[in-house]
Design a protein around this ligand. Structure first.
Ligand SMILES: [Zn+2]
Length: 127
């Protein structure tokens, strides 16, 4: 009988920030911009139960919203610019940062989901 391979646990933070597979850390996690692969191209881990859907969006909205409000208040009190300056600064900042932050946050959530529930999907993997 062939023994199933044991995978060493990897940090969900490091694999998520790199957008790599939470089990092997080598295969890519996404096919497109935010579409999770069905399986890892390196270790063939089934990624469909670990797709977090829109879960990362909540964290990005909360973190980016709080950061933007704090910086907007600071800009208003420090320089007292007209309203159009706020629109000119914050609309591009929010748009760009929300797109940039979504992939790594989704990767981290998938890594955390895999780390905490892998015994459910891979009972032979130890732990
Ligand atoms: Zn993998």
């Amino acid at each position: 009988m062939i023994e199933p391979r044991k995978w060493l646990p990897l940090s969900p933070l490091s694999t998520g920030l790199a957008c790599k597979c939470p089990r092997c850390g080598k295969g890519s996690l996404f096919t497109g911009s935010l579409d999770v692969r069905d399986a890892c191209s390196h270790c063939e881990l089934d990624l469909t139960p670990h797709d977090t859907g829109d879960g990362a969006t909540v964290f990005v909205v909360l973190i980016l919203g709080a950061l933007t409000v704090i910086l907007a208040f600071w800009l208003e009190t420090a320089l007292e610019p007209p309203v159009w300056v706020h629109l000119l600064v914050w609309i591009p900042v929010i748009s760009i940062l929300s797109v940039v932050m979504l992939r790594p946050f989704k990767g981290i959530l998938i890594g955390l989901h895999y780390k905490n529930l892998r015994h459910k999907y891979e009972p032979d993997n130890g732990d």
